[in-house]
Design a protein. Structure first.
Length: 514
Protein backbone atom coordinates (compact mmCIF):
# COMPACT_ATOMS: atom_id res chain seq x y z
CA UNK A 1 0.00 0.00 0.00
CA UNK A 2 1.42 3.39 -1.02
CA UNK A 3 1.17 6.76 0.67
CA UNK A 4 -0.29 9.92 -0.82
CA UNK A 5 2.28 12.52 -1.86
CA UNK A 6 2.12 14.72 1.24
CA UNK A 7 3.33 17.84 -0.54
CA UNK A 8 0.49 17.76 -3.06
CA UNK A 9 -2.00 16.69 -0.41
CA UNK A 10 -1.15 19.69 1.80
CA UNK A 11 -1.43 22.04 -1.18
CA UNK A 12 -4.86 20.63 -1.97
CA UNK A 13 -6.07 20.47 1.64
CA UNK A 14 -5.17 24.12 2.27
CA UNK A 15 -6.59 25.40 -1.02
CA UNK A 16 -10.07 27.03 -1.07
CA UNK A 17 -11.39 24.16 -3.22
CA UNK A 18 -9.95 21.54 -0.89
CA UNK A 19 -11.36 23.17 2.23
CA UNK A 20 -14.78 23.52 0.59
CA UNK A 21 -14.89 19.87 -0.52
CA UNK A 22 -13.74 18.48 2.82
CA UNK A 23 -16.40 20.60 4.58
CA UNK A 24 -19.01 19.31 2.13
CA UNK A 25 -18.23 15.68 3.00
CA UNK A 26 -18.12 16.58 6.68
CA UNK A 27 -21.67 17.89 6.35
CA UNK A 28 -22.70 14.76 4.44
CA UNK A 29 -21.78 12.65 7.47
CA UNK A 30 -24.26 14.49 9.70
CA UNK A 31 -27.90 13.53 10.32
CA UNK A 32 -28.88 17.10 9.34
CA UNK A 33 -27.73 16.45 5.75
CA UNK A 34 -31.06 16.13 3.93
CA UNK A 35 -32.04 13.91 1.02
CA UNK A 36 -32.10 17.00 -1.22
CA UNK A 37 -28.53 17.72 -0.14
CA UNK A 38 -27.62 14.09 -0.80
CA UNK A 39 -29.03 14.13 -4.34
CA UNK A 40 -27.15 17.37 -5.09
CA UNK A 41 -23.90 15.80 -3.91
CA UNK A 42 -24.59 12.65 -5.93
CA UNK A 43 -25.23 14.73 -9.05
CA UNK A 44 -21.96 16.62 -8.64
CA UNK A 45 -19.76 13.56 -8.29
CA UNK A 46 -21.64 10.89 -10.28
CA UNK A 47 -23.07 12.88 -13.23
CA UNK A 48 -23.42 9.89 -15.58
CA UNK A 49 -26.39 8.66 -13.54
CA UNK A 50 -28.35 11.79 -14.38
CA UNK A 51 -28.15 11.25 -18.14
CA UNK A 52 -31.21 9.00 -17.84
CA UNK A 53 -32.64 9.77 -14.43
CA UNK A 54 -33.84 13.21 -13.29
CA UNK A 55 -33.37 14.61 -9.80
CA UNK A 56 -36.97 14.03 -8.70
CA UNK A 57 -36.85 10.34 -9.65
CA UNK A 58 -33.49 9.97 -7.96
CA UNK A 59 -34.83 11.56 -4.80
CA UNK A 60 -38.18 9.76 -4.49
CA UNK A 61 -37.56 6.39 -6.17
CA UNK A 62 -33.98 5.90 -5.06
CA UNK A 63 -32.78 7.76 -1.99
CA UNK A 64 -36.06 8.49 -0.22
CA UNK A 65 -37.39 4.97 -0.84
CA UNK A 66 -34.19 3.33 0.37
CA UNK A 67 -33.79 5.51 3.46
CA UNK A 68 -37.40 4.82 4.48
CA UNK A 69 -36.88 1.13 3.91
CA UNK A 70 -33.77 1.03 6.07
CA UNK A 71 -35.44 3.00 8.83
CA UNK A 72 -33.61 3.92 12.00
CA UNK A 73 -31.27 0.98 12.20
CA UNK A 74 -29.21 0.96 15.41
CA UNK A 75 -25.65 -0.24 15.18
CA UNK A 76 -24.34 -2.62 17.82
CA UNK A 77 -21.17 -0.91 19.07
CA UNK A 78 -19.73 -4.27 20.12
CA UNK A 79 -19.55 -5.34 16.46
CA UNK A 80 -17.48 -4.03 13.55
CA UNK A 81 -19.04 -1.54 11.11
CA UNK A 82 -18.94 -4.17 8.38
CA UNK A 83 -20.65 -6.80 10.55
CA UNK A 84 -23.38 -4.28 11.46
CA UNK A 85 -23.94 -3.44 7.80
CA UNK A 86 -24.05 -7.08 6.71
CA UNK A 87 -26.65 -7.85 9.39
CA UNK A 88 -28.69 -4.82 8.36
CA UNK A 89 -28.78 -5.96 4.73
CA UNK A 90 -29.64 -9.53 5.66
CA UNK A 91 -32.49 -8.30 7.89
CA UNK A 92 -33.97 -5.38 5.98
CA UNK A 93 -33.52 -6.92 2.51
CA UNK A 94 -34.52 -10.41 3.69
CA UNK A 95 -31.38 -11.83 2.14
CA UNK A 96 -32.25 -10.46 -1.33
CA UNK A 97 -28.81 -9.28 -2.35
CA UNK A 98 -30.03 -8.38 -5.83
CA UNK A 99 -32.21 -5.69 -4.26
CA UNK A 100 -29.32 -4.63 -2.06
CA UNK A 101 -26.98 -4.18 -5.05
CA UNK A 102 -29.62 -2.08 -6.81
CA UNK A 103 -29.65 0.24 -3.74
CA UNK A 104 -25.89 0.44 -3.22
CA UNK A 105 -25.61 4.22 -3.66
CA UNK A 106 -28.31 5.32 -1.18
CA UNK A 107 -27.28 2.48 1.12
CA UNK A 108 -23.71 3.80 1.15
CA UNK A 109 -24.84 7.35 2.04
CA UNK A 110 -26.90 5.95 4.91
CA UNK A 111 -23.93 3.94 6.19
CA UNK A 112 -21.55 6.88 5.78
CA UNK A 113 -23.65 8.79 8.32
CA UNK A 114 -23.41 5.83 10.69
CA UNK A 115 -19.61 5.63 10.52
CA UNK A 116 -17.71 8.02 8.19
CA UNK A 117 -14.39 6.58 9.33
CA UNK A 118 -15.16 3.26 7.62
CA UNK A 119 -17.87 3.67 4.96
CA UNK A 120 -17.69 5.94 1.90
CA UNK A 121 -20.66 7.34 -0.04
CA UNK A 122 -20.35 5.28 -3.23
CA UNK A 123 -20.46 7.64 -6.21
CA UNK A 124 -18.67 5.54 -8.79
CA UNK A 125 -21.82 4.02 -10.31
CA UNK A 126 -21.26 3.49 -14.05
CA UNK A 127 -17.67 4.63 -13.49
CA UNK A 128 -16.25 1.68 -11.57
CA UNK A 129 -12.99 1.87 -13.51
CA UNK A 130 -12.17 5.08 -11.61
CA UNK A 131 -12.16 3.53 -8.15
CA UNK A 132 -10.47 0.39 -9.48
CA UNK A 133 -7.67 2.45 -11.01
CA UNK A 134 -7.16 4.49 -7.84
CA UNK A 135 -6.88 1.32 -5.77
CA UNK A 136 -4.45 -0.27 -8.22
CA UNK A 137 -2.29 2.87 -8.41
CA UNK A 138 -1.96 3.03 -4.63
CA UNK A 139 -1.48 -0.74 -4.32
CA UNK A 140 -4.57 -1.32 -2.19
CA UNK A 141 -5.57 -4.91 -1.53
CA UNK A 142 -8.81 -5.55 -3.42
CA UNK A 143 -10.53 -8.79 -4.40
CA UNK A 144 -11.24 -9.86 -7.94
CA UNK A 145 -14.50 -8.55 -9.41
CA UNK A 146 -17.37 -10.95 -8.55
CA UNK A 147 -19.28 -12.62 -11.34
CA UNK A 148 -22.49 -11.11 -12.65
CA UNK A 149 -24.84 -13.68 -11.13
CA UNK A 150 -23.28 -13.66 -7.65
CA UNK A 151 -25.33 -10.84 -6.12
CA UNK A 152 -24.23 -11.56 -2.56
CA UNK A 153 -20.55 -11.31 -3.46
CA UNK A 154 -21.24 -8.16 -5.47
CA UNK A 155 -23.04 -6.56 -2.54
CA UNK A 156 -20.27 -7.49 -0.10
CA UNK A 157 -17.74 -6.15 -2.60
CA UNK A 158 -18.70 -2.65 -1.46
CA UNK A 159 -17.48 -3.59 2.01
CA UNK A 160 -14.26 -5.00 0.52
CA UNK A 161 -13.67 -1.57 -0.98
CA UNK A 162 -14.42 0.07 2.36
CA UNK A 163 -12.01 -2.33 4.09
CA UNK A 164 -9.17 -1.41 1.76
CA UNK A 165 -9.89 2.33 1.82
CA UNK A 166 -10.16 2.33 5.61
CA UNK A 167 -6.63 0.93 5.87
CA UNK A 168 -5.47 3.48 3.30
CA UNK A 169 -7.10 6.27 5.34
CA UNK A 170 -5.30 5.19 8.53
CA UNK A 171 -1.95 4.88 6.73
CA UNK A 172 -2.28 8.44 5.40
CA UNK A 173 -3.77 9.86 8.61
CA UNK A 174 -6.92 11.12 6.90
CA UNK A 175 -10.36 11.69 8.32
CA UNK A 176 -13.34 10.12 6.56
CA UNK A 177 -14.31 13.42 4.86
CA UNK A 178 -10.70 13.99 3.80
CA UNK A 179 -10.57 10.53 2.21
CA UNK A 180 -13.74 11.35 0.25
CA UNK A 181 -12.29 14.67 -0.91
CA UNK A 182 -9.15 12.84 -2.05
CA UNK A 183 -11.13 10.23 -4.00
CA UNK A 184 -13.76 12.44 -5.57
CA UNK A 185 -11.99 15.75 -6.04
CA UNK A 186 -8.20 15.73 -5.76
CA UNK A 187 -7.79 12.65 -8.00
CA UNK A 188 -10.78 13.42 -10.22
CA UNK A 189 -9.09 15.54 -12.86
CA UNK A 190 -6.27 13.04 -13.35
CA UNK A 191 -8.63 10.11 -13.82
CA UNK A 192 -11.00 12.10 -16.03
CA UNK A 193 -8.05 12.70 -18.36
CA UNK A 194 -6.97 9.06 -18.20
CA UNK A 195 -10.39 7.85 -19.35
CA UNK A 196 -11.04 10.37 -22.12
CA UNK A 197 -10.14 7.50 -24.46
CA UNK A 198 -9.80 7.84 -28.22
CA UNK A 199 -12.44 6.66 -30.66
CA UNK A 200 -11.71 3.14 -31.86
CA UNK A 201 -10.44 2.84 -35.45
CA UNK A 202 -12.15 -0.57 -35.60
CA UNK A 203 -15.84 0.08 -34.82
CA UNK A 204 -17.87 -3.00 -33.96
CA UNK A 205 -21.63 -3.15 -34.49
CA UNK A 206 -23.75 -4.20 -31.49
CA UNK A 207 -27.46 -4.89 -30.98
CA UNK A 208 -28.88 -3.52 -27.75
CA UNK A 209 -32.32 -2.56 -26.53
CA UNK A 210 -35.17 -2.63 -24.09
CA UNK A 211 -38.11 -0.55 -22.95
CA UNK A 212 -37.58 3.18 -22.56
CA UNK A 213 -39.29 5.20 -19.87
CA UNK A 214 -39.01 8.54 -18.12
CA UNK A 215 -36.04 10.63 -19.20
CA UNK A 216 -34.90 7.87 -21.57
CA UNK A 217 -37.64 8.63 -24.10
CA UNK A 218 -36.16 12.00 -25.02
CA UNK A 219 -32.55 11.57 -23.87
CA UNK A 220 -29.89 12.66 -26.34
CA UNK A 221 -27.19 10.82 -24.40
CA UNK A 222 -27.85 7.99 -21.95
CA UNK A 223 -26.31 4.99 -20.24
CA UNK A 224 -27.66 1.62 -21.27
CA UNK A 225 -26.98 -2.04 -20.70
CA UNK A 226 -24.28 -3.06 -23.17
CA UNK A 227 -21.50 -5.50 -23.83
CA UNK A 228 -18.47 -4.75 -21.65
CA UNK A 229 -16.28 -5.12 -24.77
CA UNK A 230 -17.88 -2.04 -26.34
CA UNK A 231 -15.38 0.61 -27.46
CA UNK A 232 -15.96 4.33 -27.83
CA UNK A 233 -17.06 4.90 -31.44
CA UNK A 234 -18.80 1.53 -31.82
CA UNK A 235 -22.16 1.40 -33.62
CA UNK A 236 -25.17 0.55 -31.44
CA UNK A 237 -28.37 -0.65 -33.16
CA UNK A 238 -31.24 -0.05 -30.74
CA UNK A 239 -34.23 -2.41 -30.62
CA UNK A 240 -37.04 -0.88 -28.58
CA UNK A 241 -39.47 -3.09 -26.70
CA UNK A 242 -42.39 -2.76 -24.30
CA UNK A 243 -45.02 -0.16 -23.53
CA UNK A 244 -43.52 3.30 -23.42
CA UNK A 245 -44.55 6.85 -22.63
CA UNK A 246 -45.31 7.48 -26.26
CA UNK A 247 -48.30 5.14 -25.85
CA UNK A 248 -47.20 2.68 -28.45
CA UNK A 249 -46.31 -0.95 -28.01
CA UNK A 250 -42.81 -0.97 -29.43
CA UNK A 251 -41.17 -4.02 -30.95
CA UNK A 252 -38.90 -2.58 -33.56
CA UNK A 253 -35.51 -1.07 -34.38
CA UNK A 254 -35.90 2.68 -33.84
CA UNK A 255 -32.43 4.15 -34.21
CA UNK A 256 -28.70 3.74 -34.49
CA UNK A 257 -26.53 5.24 -31.76
CA UNK A 258 -22.80 5.64 -31.23
CA UNK A 259 -20.94 4.55 -28.08
CA UNK A 260 -19.62 7.59 -26.23
CA UNK A 261 -17.53 5.55 -23.79
CA UNK A 262 -15.93 2.15 -23.58
CA UNK A 263 -18.10 -0.53 -22.05
CA UNK A 264 -17.62 -1.28 -18.39
CA UNK A 265 -18.44 -4.11 -16.02
CA UNK A 266 -19.66 -2.47 -12.82
CA UNK A 267 -20.21 -5.02 -10.01
CA UNK A 268 -22.04 -2.43 -7.87
CA UNK A 269 -24.56 -1.48 -10.56
CA UNK A 270 -27.48 -3.88 -10.90
CA UNK A 271 -27.24 -4.28 -14.69
CA UNK A 272 -23.48 -4.92 -14.52
CA UNK A 273 -22.41 -4.19 -18.15
CA UNK A 274 -23.01 -0.62 -19.35
CA UNK A 275 -21.94 2.00 -21.89
CA UNK A 276 -22.92 5.61 -22.54
CA UNK A 277 -24.48 6.08 -25.98
CA UNK A 278 -25.41 9.19 -27.97
CA UNK A 279 -25.61 10.76 -31.44
CA UNK A 280 -28.76 8.81 -32.30
CA UNK A 281 -29.73 8.61 -35.95
CA UNK A 282 -33.49 8.05 -35.84
CA UNK A 283 -34.96 5.79 -38.51
CA UNK A 284 -38.39 4.83 -39.69
CA UNK A 285 -39.12 2.02 -37.19
CA UNK A 286 -38.59 -1.47 -38.57
CA UNK A 287 -40.96 -3.90 -36.83
CA UNK A 288 -40.05 -7.41 -35.82
CA UNK A 289 -42.17 -9.05 -38.52
CA UNK A 290 -40.18 -7.21 -41.22
CA UNK A 291 -36.82 -8.06 -39.66
CA UNK A 292 -37.56 -11.78 -39.37
CA UNK A 293 -39.03 -12.06 -42.87
CA UNK A 294 -36.18 -10.29 -44.69
CA UNK A 295 -33.23 -12.59 -45.56
CA UNK A 296 -30.80 -9.74 -44.94
CA UNK A 297 -31.80 -9.39 -41.28
CA UNK A 298 -33.37 -12.70 -40.24
CA UNK A 299 -30.03 -13.85 -38.81
CA UNK A 300 -29.77 -10.97 -36.34
CA UNK A 301 -28.67 -12.09 -32.84
CA UNK A 302 -31.49 -13.46 -30.67
CA UNK A 303 -34.11 -12.85 -33.35
CA UNK A 304 -35.44 -16.37 -32.85
CA UNK A 305 -36.16 -15.44 -29.22
CA UNK A 306 -37.82 -12.15 -30.19
CA UNK A 307 -34.67 -10.33 -28.98
CA UNK A 308 -35.26 -11.29 -25.36
CA UNK A 309 -32.20 -10.65 -23.24
CA UNK A 310 -30.27 -8.46 -25.67
CA UNK A 311 -27.51 -6.72 -23.76
CA UNK A 312 -25.04 -5.98 -26.48
CA UNK A 313 -24.79 -8.76 -29.05
CA UNK A 314 -22.29 -8.45 -31.91
CA UNK A 315 -23.74 -7.98 -35.41
CA UNK A 316 -21.66 -9.09 -38.39
CA UNK A 317 -20.65 -6.54 -41.01
CA UNK A 318 -22.66 -8.42 -43.63
CA UNK A 319 -25.90 -8.32 -41.62
CA UNK A 320 -25.32 -4.68 -40.66
CA UNK A 321 -24.91 -3.65 -44.32
CA UNK A 322 -28.09 -5.58 -45.15
CA UNK A 323 -29.90 -3.70 -42.37
CA UNK A 324 -28.75 -0.37 -43.82
CA UNK A 325 -30.12 -1.40 -47.22
CA UNK A 326 -33.47 -2.24 -45.61
CA UNK A 327 -33.54 1.12 -43.81
CA UNK A 328 -32.83 3.00 -47.06
CA UNK A 329 -35.61 1.12 -48.86
CA UNK A 330 -38.12 2.13 -46.18
CA UNK A 331 -36.85 5.70 -45.84
CA UNK A 332 -35.15 7.27 -48.91
CA UNK A 333 -34.12 10.28 -46.80
CA UNK A 334 -31.90 8.12 -44.59
CA UNK A 335 -28.23 9.11 -44.94
CA UNK A 336 -25.81 6.35 -43.96
CA UNK A 337 -22.91 8.81 -44.26
CA UNK A 338 -23.97 10.26 -40.90
CA UNK A 339 -23.02 6.97 -39.22
CA UNK A 340 -19.49 6.02 -38.11
CA UNK A 341 -17.61 4.47 -41.00
CA UNK A 342 -16.68 0.82 -40.69
CA UNK A 343 -13.01 -0.01 -40.88
CA UNK A 344 -11.85 -0.58 -44.45
CA UNK A 345 -9.13 -3.22 -44.52
CA UNK A 346 -5.81 -2.69 -46.28
CA UNK A 347 -5.73 -4.12 -49.80
CA UNK A 348 -2.87 -6.64 -49.75
CA UNK A 349 -1.08 -7.94 -52.85
CA UNK A 350 -3.32 -10.98 -52.74
CA UNK A 351 -6.78 -10.14 -51.42
CA UNK A 352 -8.21 -12.25 -48.65
CA UNK A 353 -11.07 -13.50 -50.81
CA UNK A 354 -8.58 -14.54 -53.53
CA UNK A 355 -6.37 -16.64 -51.22
CA UNK A 356 -7.73 -19.94 -52.57
CA UNK A 357 -7.03 -22.91 -50.28
CA UNK A 358 -4.68 -20.91 -48.06
CA UNK A 359 -5.78 -20.86 -44.45
CA UNK A 360 -6.88 -17.44 -43.12
CA UNK A 361 -4.06 -17.26 -40.54
CA UNK A 362 -1.50 -18.23 -43.19
CA UNK A 363 -2.73 -15.38 -45.41
CA UNK A 364 -2.07 -12.90 -42.57
CA UNK A 365 1.45 -14.32 -42.19
CA UNK A 366 2.36 -14.29 -45.89
CA UNK A 367 0.77 -11.11 -47.20
CA UNK A 368 0.76 -8.83 -44.16
CA UNK A 369 3.36 -9.75 -41.52
CA UNK A 370 6.03 -10.96 -43.94
CA UNK A 371 5.49 -7.95 -46.21
CA UNK A 372 5.79 -5.63 -43.20
CA UNK A 373 9.08 -7.19 -42.08
CA UNK A 374 10.53 -6.91 -45.58
CA UNK A 375 9.47 -3.25 -45.77
CA UNK A 376 11.17 -2.66 -42.41
CA UNK A 377 14.40 -4.23 -43.66
CA UNK A 378 14.16 -7.47 -41.73
CA UNK A 379 13.22 -9.83 -44.53
CA UNK A 380 15.92 -12.52 -44.32
CA UNK A 381 14.62 -15.82 -42.89
CA UNK A 382 16.80 -17.53 -40.25
CA UNK A 383 18.73 -14.28 -39.83
CA UNK A 384 16.18 -11.58 -39.07
CA UNK A 385 13.45 -13.98 -38.06
CA UNK A 386 12.57 -17.63 -37.68
CA UNK A 387 9.20 -19.24 -38.25
CA UNK A 388 7.55 -22.19 -36.57
CA UNK A 389 10.01 -22.41 -33.69
CA UNK A 390 9.01 -25.45 -31.65
CA UNK A 391 8.61 -24.78 -27.92
CA UNK A 392 7.92 -27.30 -25.18
CA UNK A 393 5.57 -25.57 -22.76
CA UNK A 394 5.47 -28.17 -20.00
CA UNK A 395 6.42 -31.68 -18.94
CA UNK A 396 4.11 -34.65 -18.84
CA UNK A 397 3.04 -35.45 -15.28
CA UNK A 398 2.42 -39.12 -16.03
CA UNK A 399 4.59 -41.39 -18.11
CA UNK A 400 3.08 -41.77 -21.54
CA UNK A 401 1.10 -38.53 -21.28
CA UNK A 402 1.71 -36.05 -24.10
CA UNK A 403 3.79 -32.98 -23.35
CA UNK A 404 2.34 -29.57 -24.13
CA UNK A 405 4.07 -27.75 -26.95
CA UNK A 406 3.56 -24.97 -29.43
CA UNK A 407 5.05 -23.31 -32.48
CA UNK A 408 5.64 -19.61 -32.91
CA UNK A 409 4.58 -17.81 -36.09
CA UNK A 410 7.46 -15.31 -36.24
CA UNK A 411 10.37 -15.16 -33.78
CA UNK A 412 11.94 -11.80 -34.66
CA UNK A 413 15.61 -11.13 -33.89
CA UNK A 414 16.45 -14.72 -32.84
CA UNK A 415 19.28 -15.53 -30.44
CA UNK A 416 20.51 -18.19 -28.02
CA UNK A 417 21.10 -21.90 -28.35
CA UNK A 418 19.78 -23.14 -31.70
CA UNK A 419 18.22 -19.65 -32.06
CA UNK A 420 15.28 -20.80 -29.93
CA UNK A 421 14.95 -17.40 -28.23
CA UNK A 422 13.88 -14.08 -29.75
CA UNK A 423 13.63 -10.44 -28.75
CA UNK A 424 10.19 -10.01 -30.33
CA UNK A 425 7.38 -12.52 -30.81
CA UNK A 426 4.81 -12.02 -33.58
CA UNK A 427 1.67 -14.15 -33.60
CA UNK A 428 -0.81 -14.19 -36.47
CA UNK A 429 -4.56 -14.54 -36.07
CA UNK A 430 -7.19 -15.06 -38.74
CA UNK A 431 -9.26 -11.98 -39.71
CA UNK A 432 -11.96 -11.49 -37.10
CA UNK A 433 -10.14 -13.50 -34.41
CA UNK A 434 -9.08 -10.42 -32.44
CA UNK A 435 -12.44 -8.93 -31.47
CA UNK A 436 -13.54 -8.43 -27.87
CA UNK A 437 -12.43 -11.13 -25.46
CA UNK A 438 -10.71 -13.04 -28.28
CA UNK A 439 -7.83 -10.56 -27.99
CA UNK A 440 -7.17 -11.56 -24.40
CA UNK A 441 -7.26 -15.26 -25.31
CA UNK A 442 -4.75 -14.62 -28.11
CA UNK A 443 -2.55 -12.60 -25.76
CA UNK A 444 -2.25 -15.32 -23.12
CA UNK A 445 -1.38 -17.91 -25.72
CA UNK A 446 1.34 -15.63 -27.07
CA UNK A 447 2.52 -14.83 -23.54
CA UNK A 448 3.31 -18.50 -22.89
CA UNK A 449 5.55 -18.48 -25.99
CA UNK A 450 7.16 -15.09 -25.29
CA UNK A 451 8.08 -16.00 -21.71
CA UNK A 452 9.96 -19.10 -22.88
CA UNK A 453 11.73 -17.17 -25.63
CA UNK A 454 12.79 -14.34 -23.28
CA UNK A 455 11.08 -11.87 -25.60
CA UNK A 456 10.51 -8.27 -24.55
CA UNK A 457 7.60 -7.53 -26.88
CA UNK A 458 4.53 -9.44 -28.05
CA UNK A 459 2.90 -8.43 -31.33
CA UNK A 460 -0.53 -9.78 -32.28
CA UNK A 461 -1.67 -9.31 -35.86
CA UNK A 462 -4.86 -10.17 -37.73
CA UNK A 463 -6.36 -8.98 -41.02
CA UNK A 464 -7.13 -5.50 -39.67
CA UNK A 465 -4.61 -4.46 -37.08
CA UNK A 466 -1.38 -4.91 -35.19
CA UNK A 467 -1.39 -4.78 -31.36
CA UNK A 468 1.68 -4.30 -29.16
CA UNK A 469 2.10 -5.73 -25.64
CA UNK A 470 5.48 -4.78 -24.12
CA UNK A 471 7.05 -6.51 -21.15
CA UNK A 472 6.52 -4.77 -17.79
CA UNK A 473 9.35 -3.45 -15.65
CA UNK A 474 9.08 -6.51 -13.41
CA UNK A 475 9.87 -8.76 -16.38
CA UNK A 476 6.36 -10.14 -16.89
CA UNK A 477 3.68 -9.52 -19.48
CA UNK A 478 0.38 -8.00 -18.37
CA UNK A 479 -2.73 -7.87 -20.51
CA UNK A 480 -4.11 -4.44 -21.41
CA UNK A 481 -7.48 -3.82 -23.06
CA UNK A 482 -6.05 -0.62 -24.57
CA UNK A 483 -2.80 -1.74 -26.23
CA UNK A 484 -0.87 0.39 -28.70
CA UNK A 485 -2.43 -0.39 -32.09
CA UNK A 486 -1.81 0.21 -35.78
CA UNK A 487 -3.89 -0.55 -38.85
CA UNK A 488 -2.24 -2.18 -41.84
CA UNK A 489 -3.19 0.83 -43.94
CA UNK A 490 -1.34 3.12 -41.50
CA UNK A 491 1.69 0.84 -41.60
CA UNK A 492 2.04 0.29 -45.33
CA UNK A 493 1.13 3.85 -46.33
CA UNK A 494 3.00 5.39 -43.36
CA UNK A 495 -0.01 7.52 -42.41
CA UNK A 496 1.01 10.05 -39.74
CA UNK A 497 4.47 8.41 -39.64
CA UNK A 498 2.91 5.29 -38.10
CA UNK A 499 5.24 2.96 -40.03
CA UNK A 500 8.27 4.91 -38.83
CA UNK A 501 7.03 4.90 -35.23
CA UNK A 502 6.24 1.16 -35.26
CA UNK A 503 9.63 0.25 -36.72
CA UNK A 504 11.40 2.38 -34.13
CA UNK A 505 9.38 0.79 -31.32
CA UNK A 506 10.12 -2.76 -32.48
CA UNK A 507 13.79 -1.97 -32.93
CA UNK A 508 14.02 -0.69 -29.35
CA UNK A 509 13.43 -4.27 -28.16
CA UNK A 510 16.33 -5.70 -30.16
CA UNK A 511 18.75 -6.55 -27.36
CA UNK A 512 20.62 -9.73 -28.28
CA UNK A 513 20.80 -10.24 -32.03
CA UNK A 514 22.65 -7.19 -33.30
Amino acid sequence: MLKINQFYWRLYKESPKGKQTIALFENASQDSFTIDDTVSLFKEFDPVWFLNVNEDETKTDYFDACFSFLGDWHFDVSKTPRKNAEEMIATRFNGDYGDAVSCIAPLSFYLYKKDPSYFIPYMFLLRYHYIRQIMEDYDLDIMEIPGKANFKARCLYYFDICDALSQFRVLNRLTGPELCAFLYDMERERYDAAYSNEITPFPQVWLMGGAKGGEEVTAKTMFWEANAETKRGDIMVFYETGQTQIKENRSCITGIWTAQTDGISDPLFYRYGQAVIGNEIKITPIPFKVLISDPRTNKLPRIGAHFLGIRGDAISTKIYKGLLELIEERDPSFNRNLLPALHEPYSAKVKYEDRGDMKPEKWVEEYLIKEMLEKMGWGTPEVDYRRQVHLQLGRAKIEGEKTQDGRTDFSLFPFGKKLKCADVLIEAKAPGEMDGKDIEVAFWQAESYASRQYAGLIILADGDKVLLFPQSKDGTFKYSNTPESYTWKEIFENIDDKFTKLRKTILSYRKHSR
